[in-house]
Design a protein. Structure first.
Length: 217
C-alpha cells in the first residue's frame, strides 16, 4: 500500500521544556517500495515510525495510507486497520513477557481471529529459533528476542511494515541470514517498508534512502 506523510509535527514535553521531535515531515512511499530511514540518534526516527503506525497522535499534519487519513479514523477503526495492514518491529521488541516465543509470534493472527500456530512455528524456524518456541522472552537473548519480533511482524502478511533497527541486536552472520529472509519476504509479498537502520550495507539493498536530521528530512 502507498504511504504519504504531510507536514507531520510532533512535540514532546520533557519537564518544563518542549522537544520538537518532528518539525514538519513530508515523504511518500509507493506500493511495494522499500525505503531506508537514516539519521543520528535522537533525530526523530522512532517518533516518525510510531506516528506512521497510528500509535501516537501528531500535533499537526497527516498520515495517508492508501488514501485513508489514518488519524481521521476513530479508535476502533484505526485499531482494526492497523491489525489488518500494518506491522511494526519495535526497537525495544515489545514482546509480551508472559507469552512464549511461539505465542508472541502467533498473537497478531489471533487478534484477527485466525489460528495457525504451524505458521508461527515455521517463521520461528526460518529465523533460526525452531528450538526456542516454548521459551519466554526473559529466557531469550536480546538477539533472539529481536528475531521473535521479526517473525511476529511477518505473520499477518502485512501491507505496510515499519521496522526500527531490526538487525541492531544481531551478530553479523545472524543479521545476514535474518535480513535475507526479511528482504525476500518484503519483495515477494510486495510489502511497502520503511526500515530504520544505521547499517549502510542494509540501506544499499533498499530502493531509496531518506535521511532525517533534527526532525526534518
Ligand atoms: N516519549 C517521549 N517523551 C519525551 N521526549 C521524547 C519521547 N520520545 C522521544 N523523545 C525525544 O524526541 C527526540 C527524538 O527521539 P526519537 O524519535 O526516539 O529519535 P531516534 O529514534 O531517531 O533516536 C529526542 O530528542 C527524544 O529525546
Ligand atoms: Mg529510535
Amino acid at each position: 500500500m502507498s504511504l504519504r506523510v504531510e507536514a507531520l509535527r510532533k512535540t514532546y514535553l520533557q519537564g518544563e521544556s518542549r522537544v520538537e521531535a518532528l518539525k514538519g515531515i513530508d515523504a511518500e512511499l509507493k506500493t511495494g517500495e522499500l525505503v531506508a530511514l537514516l539519521g543520528a540518534s535522537g533525530s526523530g526516527k522512532s517518533t516518525l515510525l510510531g506516528l506512521l503506525a497510528g500509535l501516537d497522535q501528531p500535533d499537526a499534519g497527516r498520515v495517508v495510507i492508501d488514501g485513508i487519513d489514518i488519524y481521521s479514523l476513530d479508535e476502533s477503526a484505526l485499531t482494526l486497520f492497523r491489525a489488518r495492514n500494518v506491522s511494526l518491529v519495535f526497537q525495544q521488541f515489545h514482546l509480551l513477557p508472559h507469552l512464549t516465543a511461539l505465542e508472541n509470534v502467533h498473537l497478531p493472527l489471533e487478534i484477527l481471529g485466525h489460528h495457525r500456530p504451524e505458521r508461527a512455528r515455521a517463521l520461528l524456524e526460518a529465523v533460526g529459533l525452531g528450538g526456542r518456541t516454548g521459551h519466554l522472552p526473559s529466557q531469550l537473548s536480546g538477539g533472539e528476542c529481536q528475531r521473535v519480533a521479526i517473525a511476529r511482524s511477518l505473520i499477518t502478511e502485512p501491507k505496510l511494515l515499519l521496522a526500527d533497527e531490526p538487525s541492531g541486536n544481531l551478530d553479523a552472520e545472524t543479521a545476514q541470514q535474518v535480513m535475507d529472509l526479511f528482504f525476500h519476504t518484503l519483495r515477494s509479498q510486495k510489502i511497502t517498508c520503511l526500515l530504520v537502520t544505521h547499517n549502510e550495507e542494509l540501506a544499499k539493498r533498499c530502493d531509496r534512502v531518506i535521511r532525517i536530521q533534527g526532525g526534518r528530512v
